[in-house]
Design a protein around this ligand. Sequence first.
Ligand code: SAH
Ligand code: SF4
Ligand code: F3S
Length: 471
Amino acid sequence: MTVDSTAAGTDAAGFAGLPRAKNQKVLIKSYGCQMNVYDAARMADSLGVEGYSETKDAGEADLVILNTCHIRERASEKVYSELGRMNEIKEARAAKGLSTVLAVAGCVAQAEGPELIRRQPAVDFVIGTQSYHQLPEALKRAAGGPAFVMTDFDTGDKFQQLVPPVAEKIKSRGVTAFVTVQEGCDKFCAFCVVPYTRGVELSRPARQIVEEVERLANAGVRDVTLLGQNVNAWNGGAGGPRAGLPGLFEKIAGVPGISRIRYMTSHPCDMDDGLIEAHRDMPALMPYLHLPVQSGSDRVLKAMNRKHRAADYVKIIERVRRARPDIAISSDFIVGFPGETQSDFEDTMRLVREIGFASAYSFKYSSRPGTPAADLPGHPDEAMKSRRLLELQILLEEQRRAFNQARVGTMTEVLFEKEGRHKGQIGGKTPHMQAVHAEGPAELIGQIRLVELAELGSNSFRGRIAGGTAP
Ligand code: SAH
Ligand code: SF4
Ligand code: F3S
């Protein structure tokens, strides 16, 4: 990806009135969830105004930003090995007389702050998840000064101040886009770092979100995924007859060009009637629901502070399926939570069999510093966690295959998103988020077509495009 800095603005000064860097290059490496992908795009947009174009090559980057994830130990530790590698590149560039600014952003930045600079002195600054609008100011400070940390939560409206993307940039990112509508979490599940790394729940106002979607749609985006750590707790006041998130869906569905709306991640406790009815009533709302349950054992759910029981989850899914029978249900699972017995694990397996998931993510519990679960007794050993994870994943994979297999031979609407791996092929997604590739001209990218799902491969369908355009 490259930022078209000439298109990004023609003012004499860049963002925040700073002199614009000339022909500078930035590498932003993102880890973790979709919110980091969204944040990386917004950082790149702000830096575009400063005269930075993006590169994928660390060797030519004047600025490197590692956009990190703290969710599990392995994700967090990866940052330090990556920083070591970047330090070597920084030294090699210095030997050629080139300077490099090395920054850490994202959830590890927010959680560890000065520790990052202590463990890797090559780091020039650490910028937390709520400070990205201060990036230009950070760059100014980094020019010559000592290393510093910017991790305050209360820094004003980040979203309002971040620079919006230019049309060329949106086009280069494709016909699907993420839009963060809610950030932070007040749920405090016992295992999770997110409430500490993203702060309290905050909803962006509807007006701001709709303006952003209009800008995206004007540049060719057809499919938006509204992001939030607890997206179904969104309360940014859409106005109109539908309250909460469905009201926002309605506004977004009214934006010319937008054909598909998705949202993630939801919490079972915020799955209200209005949202369930929206799945029945709103054609633009795609039949896909990512609703993490984590465990099928009430004992474990209680210890996790999830505030719902397994039976509540089953009831919610029943209601969702009554509203939209073909909906694809997806979830996250954690195995090996402290105190999880074999019988608790079997409850999880039973719940999975009862629901039948179209897709799922499953993880071994990872103890995170500062979370209540880290201090609980009875951490299962690694071998046990691995065994349970494997057993669960085999079942979830069977269910995923069965869900996809059942659609072989059917006609479905596919939004084509990109060229395929082979010449003459294009790739897209079904409403259920299944990947499809088909023989077809590149002009169909950005269009929705009826496609026969002819054959199921390991990760995608081979489709045959039918004549005519889907509605
Ligand atoms: N807000 C979302 C997602 C949070 S993070 C939610 O409420 O579900 C994404 C997933 O990572 C979680 O759903 C959980 O399954 C997993 N996860 C979070 N903390 C973890 C930990 N300490 N160890 C293992 N998996 C974890
Ligand atoms: Fe983490 Fe729980 Fe909040 Fe999700 S709801 S972000 S798992 S604390
Ligand atoms: Fe990771 Fe932060 Fe997302 S911890 S999962 S990048 S919210």
